[in-house]
Design a protein around this ligand. Structure first.
Ligand SMILES: *Cc1c(COP(=O)(O)O)cnc(C)c1O
Length: 380
């Protein structure tokens, strides 16, 4: 079915093709060309991290993080169950067991007050996921990590341009991971980045990302031959993809403002329904500046959401539910345990509904979506 208002349209500024052409004409289309360097620098400037490394995806950036954190067979990693599979997969691939804790119903982020009870002598890392680009309670999480000597790896896939207490998401923990998949605010088709807050992991990260070799030093003319130094993989994207992303970084503020405008319009226009107790709206803590990655509402329950999805799709509007909690999945049952009670993870995920949100979403389109939601709730 063709949707009049799709759920997502990948961002496109018009300049991408010029930059890709430039990268082709330089005959440097493999990884770590000029545009990759520009993207890395843009992320470093924007976030203040010591080193940013463009990767082939956020999934791969997370795998890279798991290698750098030296995650081994039998280690435990704490994260929310309400997240994308890649958050867990990266650690399961290294033999770790995932320990899920419940989320907060207000932000859908990991409940920081439930983390400490999940820590065992096997715990190695905490992976907060900044859902919808709204920051987790990072001060508390960093304090727990420090007291228990744990590594913090932020899944900031949705958090590019967002901040917590003025600090960029992805720059607060030991490592941070960004996604530039086409469903994210800034895109290169498939892509991501690893952010390293301080020097500690930089050398190893560069080696692991280049198949476990010192090829980067070789290309800089610093060694005569490159050689195999440690286990690694190929996590660097083509410079053509990096060129596409650079066009979007150049318009980052504009894209962000545009999305925020849409988000704010949804929020204002749906407020009367919230005031009548018909739906719930997203909550953004005061210390968080978000990037309008997503606009969601919460229906009363699964059944009510099902009806709304039906009404919207039959009017050529495509909404989207989100993650099936990982602890209930086939792989989840095998590789994880849920610590404590699943009070909110399942219940809240079943009633959350994401509305169409993309760069250059038109006010009339928002009017139409909101109008249909009002129709569903007989609101006038
Ligand atoms: C999109 C996303 C990922 C995966 O990103 P890719 O770049 O597609 O690998 C991981 N975690 C979260 C929370 C995401 O939203």
């Amino acid at each position: 079915m063709e949707y009049k208002i799709p759920f997502n349209i990948p961002p496109y500024t018009g300049k991408e093709i010029d930059y890709i052409k430039l990268s082709c004409e330089k005959h440097k289309i493999c990884g770590d060309g000029e545009f990759t360097a520009k993207d890395n620098e843009w992320i470093e400037k924007k976030t203040g991290v010591t080193k940013a490394l463009l990767t082939t995806s956020c999934t791969h950036a997370t795998e890279l993080s798991a290698i750098l954190a030296d995650i081994k067979e039998g280690d435990e990693v704490i994260m929310p169950s309400f997240t994308f599979v890649s958050t867990a997969n990266a650690f399961v691939l290294r033999g770790a067991r995932i320990v899920f804790v419940d989320i907060r119903p207000d932000t859908m982020n990991i409940d920081e007050t439930k983390i400490e009870a999940a820590i065992t002598p096997k715990t190695k890392a905490i992976v907060p996921v900044h859902y919808a680009g709204v920051g987790c309670e990072m001060d508390t999480i960093m304090d727990i990590a420090k007291r228990h000597n744990l590594v913090v790896i932020e899944d900031a896939a949705q958090g590019v341009m967002s901040t917590y207490k003025g600090k960029a998401l992805g720059s607060i923990g030991d490592m941070g991971n960004y996604s530039f998949h086409e469903t994210k605010n800034y895109s290169m088709g498939e892509g991501g980045a690893l952010l390293l807050r301080d020097e500690k992991y930089v050398n190893d990260a560069i080696i692991v990302r280049e198949k476990g070799t010192n090829r980067t030093l070789y290309q800089l003319g610093k060694v005569d031959k490159y050689t195999w130094l440690m286990p690694g993989s190929s996590y660097l994207p083509s410079d053509m993809n990096a060129a596409y992303l650079y066009a979007q970084f150049n318009m980052a503020e504009e894209i962000n403002d545009n999305r925020k405008k849409s988000w704010n319009k949804y929020y204002q226009d749906l407020m009367p329904l919230k005031e009548k107790g018909l739906i719930e709206l997203p909550y953004v803590p005061e210390e968080c500046e978000h990037n309008a990655h997503m606009f969601y509402i919460k229906c009363k329950d699964f059944e009510e959401r099902r009806g709304l999805i039906k009404l919207l799709t039959s009017n050529a509007i495509l909404p989207a539910s989100h993650y099936v909690p990982l602890h209930t999945s086939t792989a989840g049952l095998k590789y994880s345990r849920f610590n404590g009670v699943d009070k909110y993870t399942t219940k809240e995920s079943e009633r959350l509904l994401r509305l169409p949100m993309y760069y250059n979403l038109k006010p009339e389109e928002i009017d139409e979506v909101v109008g249909r939601i009002k129709e569903y709730y007989h609101f006038s």
